[in-house]
Design a protein around this ligand. Structure first.
Ligand SMILES: [Zn+2]
Length: 266
């Protein structure tokens, strides 16, 4: 059995960057994903939390301890359940304008009634519903947050969802949310591949402009290189060629395909 103290793994990656990790496979192995990465950036004046995880255990206490007395901003990379679970612990959540509506409404998570027993017990106390935060503020491409010595820019990268964003710090950290990560990539329908390919191109352009040191995705490996974007771009482009190898995945009502770098869930 887990408790709030051992659920989150806290990693100090840099003086100003913490990773708060949780095991998504322990929430529900059917998502075929091992880790969710929640990030905390500490500026000299403000702190920025990127995503709030699955909401299984209180997150704010962990974040408050790390961010000390700084004012805290919270941004969601998008509004899926594994990124917004603890939104209601915070007063204001920023999210791309395309997902403000989603993030402002209670969210039904009854699909998790079939998760492992410990998880079901915890979620049943929430009646299998996430409460929204008090206040949801819209973001658009190009918005900027000043944390003191570090600034953070919003890059709209739709595809995984219509309001998916990536975040780039002035120190060269690129947070890609679920737009690009190793492991199981949840893609849009084939007809919308140009949208996600365009988003990945946008991120490659940011790398080409020498603005990126490392990439920090919201799942699985972090501090990865630009190769992630190249592998993913090529992989998505090649899906048509391996389309006949697809298998049905009932739980997600989706197709699954695989190449040497990724599982694709479509
Ligand atoms: Zn996710």
């Amino acid at each position: 059995m887990h408790n709030a103290n051992d659920w989150y793994e806290v990693i100090k990656q840099k003086d100003y960057l913490y990773i708060v990790r949780e095991r998504l496979d322990e929430v529900d192995p059917r998502y075929l994903t091992t880790y969710t990465n929640i990030y905390l950036i500490l500026g000299t004046e403000k702190a920025l939390l990127i995503d709030t995880g699955s909401g299984l255990f209180p997150l704010k206490l962990v974040v408050d301890e790390l961010s000390e007395k700084r004012e805290l901003l919270v941004i969601n990379t998008h509004s899926h359940f594994d990124h917004r679970g603890s939104n209601d612990e915070f007063k204001t959540i920023y999210i791309h304008e395309n997902e403000v509506r989603n993030a402002s409404m209670p969210f039904d998570i009854s699909i998790l009634r079939d998760s492992p027993k410990e998880i079901v017990n915890r979620y049943s106390s929430k009646n299998f519903e996430y409460k929204p935060p008090t206040n949801v503020e819209p973001l658009i491409d190009g918005d900027r947050f000043d944390l003191g010595d570090i600034s953070v820019e919003v890059i709209h990268t739709p595809g995984h969802s219509i309001g998916s964003i990536s975040l780039l710090t002035s120190k060269g950290d690129l947070f890609t949310g679920d737009t690009a990560h190793y492991g199981s990539m949840y893609l849009p329908k084939k007809k919308n591949f140009p949208i996600i390919l365009n988003s990945i191109s946008k991120l490659r352009d940011v790398c080409d402009a020498d603005l990126v040191q490392e990439i920090y995705p919201s799942h699985e490996d972090y501090a990865v290189g630009r190769k992630l974007l190249d592998d993913l771009y090529d992989g998505i482009n090649n899906i048509e060629n391996i389309w006949e190898t697809k298998e049905k995945y009932k739980f997600l009502r989706a197709w699954i395909l695989e190449d040497e770098n990724f599982k694709y869930i479509i």
